[in-house]
Design a protein around this ligand. Structure first.
Ligand code: HEM
Length: 251
């Protein structure tokens, strides 16, 4: 087997093909130093992602503790095993403590994502035809994820949905936490009880996302490892894209 630089071996044959094209078309392009350039998941993203994962678990399980004191769906209770906090007041303490981490961490993620262009680069565009094709492929158990540097259309959609659900949780949470101070928000949601139901529905969306998200991460462990170590370096790929764009190639 020919010996490729490590960066190329990690991301598979697609990138190797690109490399050979670049070599042919632009012989004057200087070679990138090994392991140079930004990584698939830069350090701030990884730190924020794992803080978010822990805080979300705290928010969900403490939320279940609070919910159990005054249920929304009759008959739906969460057993003590799934609840954080021995009783509602303790669950509330956990929820309020976690709320600050969730809000601040989420805000920094959004600012970073917009300022760096990451959110647009990674999550857009989403074409409905790509979503349909990916769903059909997945139903046929074709969940190949050869190039982990690109999210498929369903992933993009799910990430956008969960980011919006996270924002919605903070806003509906504010409305039911301080209904007098945020009476405008309560009015917008159509009353306290509706805001509460929406807060519960947002939790259900996030839990549904988590089940699929964690299952897929375990099915394709390379992605999980990349979220820990940063994953492959992207310098060569982005320069290739730039080169293609300059020469009018569609990438
Ligand atoms: C223990 C639980 C979790 C695990 C094991 C996990 C794992 C991962 C992995 C492996 C990726 C990279 C996917 C890829 O490259 O194909 C990822 C990305 C992502 N995860 Fe999670 N995750 C967890 C919890 C969460 C939670 C709770 C949320 C939000 C509610 C979340 C939201 C996201 C988002 C939005 C991305 C894309 C980030 C970006 O590229 O900017 N994850 N996660």
């Amino acid at each position: 087997m020919p010996s490729f630089p490590r960066r190329l071996r990690v991301t598979g044959h697609v990138e190797i093909e690109f490399m050979s094209q670049v070599k042919d078309e632009t012989p004057d392009m200087p070679a990138a130093p090994p392991q140079a350039g930004r990584r698939l998941h830069p350090l701030p993203i990884r730190v924020m992602h794992w803080i978010n994962a822990i805080v979300m678990l705290v928010m969900i399980t403490s939320g279940w503790g609070i919910y159990d004191d005054d249920v929304i769906i009759r008959g739906l209770h969460f057993s003590p095993f799934w609840r954080l906090g021995d009783w509602a007041a303790w669950s509330l303490n956990w929820h309020f403590a976690g709320m600050w981490f969730l809000g601040i961490n989420g805000l920094i993620y959004l600012i970073y994502g917009f300022a760096s262009g990451r959110l647009r680069e990674k999550l857009l565009p989403i074409r409905p035809s790509d979503v349909v094709r990916t769903v059909i492929d997945t139903l046929h158990f074709k969940i190949a994820h050869e190039d982990i540097t690109v999210y498929n259309a369903v992933q993009k959609l799910l990430y956008i949905v969960v980011i919006l659900a996270g924002i919605s949780q903070v806003v509906t949470g504010l409305a039911i936490w301080k209904p007098v101070q945020f009476s405008g928000l309560v009015w917008l949601f159509g009353g306290f009880q509706t805001a509460r139901v929406l807060h519960f529905a947002g939790m259900a969306v996030i839990v549904g996302f988590l089940v699929v998200h964690v299952a897929l991460a375990l099915l394709v462990p390379r992605t999980l490892w990349a979220m820990v170590t940063g994953g492959p370096h992207l310098a060569v790929r982005s320069r290739i894209r730039k080169g293609h764009a300059q020469r009018g190639h569609a990438t």
